[in-house]
Design a protein around this ligand. Sequence first.
Ligand SMILES: C[S@@+](CC[C@H](N)C(=O)[O-])C[C@H]1O[C@@H](n2cnc3c(N)ncnc32)[C@H](O)[C@@H]1O
Length: 394
Amino acid sequence: MSTATAPTISSATAFSSAAKPEILERPVFARLLFTQCWEDPRMDYEALQVQPHHTLLSVTSGGCNTLSLAALAPARVIAVDLNPTQSWLLELKIAGIRRLTHGEYLELLGVRDSRSRWELYHAVRDELTSDARAYWDTQRSAIESGLLGAGRYERYLAAFRRLLHLIEGRSNIKRLLACQSLDEQHRFYEETWDSFLWRLFFRVFFSRTVLGLGGLDPRFFTYVNGMDSFGQHFRRLTRHALVDLPVPDNYFVAQIALGRYLDERAMPPYLLAENFETLRQMVDRIEIVTDELGAVLKSLPSNSVDAFNFSNVFEWVPPETFEAMLRETHRVARPGARLCYRNLLVRREHLPSLDHLFTPHDKLAARLLYHDRSFVYSNFEVASVKKPAHERES
Ligand SMILES: C[S@@+](CC[C@H](N)C(=O)[O-])C[C@H]1O[C@@H](n2cnc3c(N)ncnc32)[C@H](O)[C@@H]1O
């Protein structure tokens, strides 16, 4: 297997997508939804235990976690997303890594202030496929305002942030981010932060109606059950992040509260200066595939993948599709391969009917979920693939 080939950028028609679940045909999946990954890469690192000889399959989304996994220097990374704009975003992030200095890269993405983002884009655009170039050529204002804030989800969070500043005020936000211990965070949260307005804010902002107005397709809620109030649910998870986990280390909290990182040491691994050179050498190992995950799995040979980062894709599909995808994952996996996935609003857990195919690592998953800095997920699943070693070469 070649480990330094040019990236394979597949078009949306590269695989047969006949069985694509209906929700995935919604127009929302054709727009740039995420320019950041709101999933803690530390969890993926511990769950997947990536080794240098590994082939990894990772849902692309904002590209961050896929790039952060690539920084571990596996042999091959297959980045999958059915939304072409997410693939073009990853192309652009890779192009920047190839062509720019670390400082320029942070400028292009919007981590550092800059007046030259459009020029920096022009310095890298030759690296893009023609589809990606055609798309980004029309996105001047998104690029000039900083890519990391340009996704639909990030713009929704910006609205959240404006209200947060009205409710808590700048000084409370500053005090929260400056807390020096969990004790201090706890006291500050209980005595100052957790006001009547804060509670009301969550109830209203995370109601299904407001989420719908913010652009979330109601069909995302098709499989939600056993949850009366999204507001209460997210307030409980947010309390955990603000009380039980160190805030200064939490770049997700900084991005939500300030729209930027607190400092350049508290950022996702792919943005850290110490990983930049490694990443530059690794990006040729990333193959970007634009298609539905089930179709991509079907297209892959048996026993070919060692680690799977599935984000939270399973909660938008019916239970039978979830099970079929896991069975296909088992076929594609090498013996002992590891997989992880998250649940945001819909429970998609290890299936007892697949006990003979997967060993769940529930204790590890629970520990990682407790420490999850991205804090909005209600469940995390980690498993390894049971397969006789003699199937290794089949
Ligand atoms: C599952 S979403 C969730 C985002 C994630 N929680 C985050 O914070 O980045 C991530 C990406 O998965 C893609 N996606 C969802 N279902 C998919 C599927 N069945 N096949 C391929 N991509 C899918 C979406 O287009 C989106 O870009």
